[in-house]
Design a protein around this ligand. Structure first.
Ligand SMILES: Cc1cc2nc3c(=O)[nH]c(=O)nc-3n(C[C@H](O)[C@H](O)[C@H](O)COP(=O)(O)OP(=O)(O)OC[C@H]3O[C@@H](n4cnc5c(N)ncnc54)[C@H](O)[C@@H]3O)c2cc1C
Length: 369
């Protein structure tokens, strides 16, 4: 028999302290709501995709393989993140130095095709710039010579996502948020159920990512893998993507001479450690970007699941007492500002809800929230 606990005025529960949950909890606390935040795992090193992610905010890079609305929400993110980071006293976590795409001579067709796809998606208005070998070297002098061509995508950004998650948690606590780690919950309208019992709230916001499968039967996890390496032999000023017919490798510079390398997007919910093949592919592709990576130390191998609906787009659903926000797929940092601003407009009951055409639509094949 479960007990019914307290009900406080304007008390909101946020289930899931990943990227969305932390941003939403922080914003609601700033608005003056009482907020209780629950996570199934640890809060300092959260188990969700947000901790594993590379932290790129790259609307152009993603446009060739995504819907136009992803680009539009990504542009919104590029404008919104600096304000939020400033409010968090964490402006230095944001680097807006663009992205660079390169390909080995035998794969130059990949760059040409990417540029074509981008121009087609954006109606020929893409700000993407084609670079020759000298311009590539000028932009990133530590890359191996021999990249005859590159694409520079200005405005794109990356952020120190782990430091951001830590900063958000500190701020949530400083603003009086009640935080529960190692506390898996189930969500219901106006109610959260933990192993301890039921607790009533005015509103429950479900941001559990792939943990919300019971609520969203069509939600799936898409496996992603990363390597974290450290070396002071090479410096990069921006994310670099290596285009290849079978995969795109990305390398994102992080503080303290660390780099996050990723490539794989696998339609599998397997969370087991990285395969030997992935590790070899990532490592050897990285080495071809610059032999200076040869002596890099492998600090970590990351595996996690990106929460995705059938259309690979995020959706915010609502009914009395319960809002759910999910499906950020491979675009959490790219799309979170749009999703959070939309969700806050729902909570505040504002008529102006950004990106409602996409976000307020029900996830495909789901009729109930
Ligand atoms: C390898 C990889 C690289 C990525 N790189 C990028 C990138 O460069 N740029 C980008 O924009 N996006 C990237 N992403 C995607 C991004 O990480 C996700 O889209 C984003 O983290 C989703 O945010 P979320 O808050 O919905 O879910 P999550 O960040 O997964 O958080 C969900 C939280 O809910 C908690 N939870 C689950 N079940 C329960 C429960 N029952 N009760 C309580 N809590 C629960 C989990 O513990 C977790 O902390 C990447 C993802 C991966 C895997």
């Amino acid at each position: 028999m479960t007990a019914i606990l307290t009900l406080t005025s304007d008390h909101i529960a946020v289930a899931g302290a990943g990227l969305l949950g932390r941003l939403v909890a922080w914003q609601l606390l700033r608005d003056g709501y009482a907020v209780t935040l629950y996570d199934a795992g640890d809060l300092d090193t959260p188990p969700g995709a947000a901790w594993t992610a590379a932290g790129m905010v790259a609307p152009l890079c993603e446009t060739a393989i995504s819907e136009r609305c992803v680009y539009d929400m990504g542009r919104f993110a590029l404008a919104q993140w600096p304000h939020w980071l400033e409010a968090l006293d964490a402006a230095s976590l944001w680097q807006q130095t663009g992205s660079l795409m390169v390909a080995h001579p035998q794969d130059l067709g990949e760059l040409t095709q990417f540029r074509r796809d981008l121009d087609h998606a954006l109606g020929g208005t893409s700000p993407c710039q084609t670079l020759d070998d000298r311009e590539v070297q000028r932009l990133e002098p530590d890359l191996a010579p021999g990249f005859r061509q590159g694409l520079y995508l200005p405005d794109e950004a990356h952020l120190d996502n782990r430091a951001l998650l830590t900063r958000l948690l500190d701020e949530i606590r400083a603003l009086g948020g009640e935080c529960h780690a190692h506390c898996p919950v189930d969500t219901f309208p106006g109610e959260v159920v933990t192993a301890e019992g039921r607790r009533r709230f005015n509103l429950v916001i479900d941001c559990r990512g792939t943990g919300a499968r019971q609520r969203h039967p069509s939600l799936r996890g898409v496996r992603g893998e990363t390597l974290h390496v450290q070396t002071d032999e090479i410096r990069l000023s921006r994310p670099v993507r290596l285009m290849h017919p079978r995969y795109q490798l990305y390398v994102v510079p992080k503080p303290a001479h660390r780099f996050v390398i990723g490539a794989t997007q696998i339609e599998s919910e397997d969370r087991s450690p990285m395969s030997l093949q992935s590790s070899l592919e990532l490592g050897s592709a990285l080495y071809t970007l610059s032999p200076a990576f040869a002596e890099a130390r492998i600090l970590e191998q990351g595996v996690n699941l990106r929460p995705a609906f059938l259309d690979n787009l995020p959706h915010v659903t609502q009914r009395e007492g319960l809002i759910t926000a999910n499906g950020l797929f491979r675009h959490g940092y790219l799309l979170a500002p749009a999703v959070v601003c939309h969700l806050l407009a729902v909570v505040r009951d504002h008529g102006d809800r950004p990106f409602a055409d996409t976000l307020a639509a029900r996830p495909p094949q789901e009729n109930v929230a």
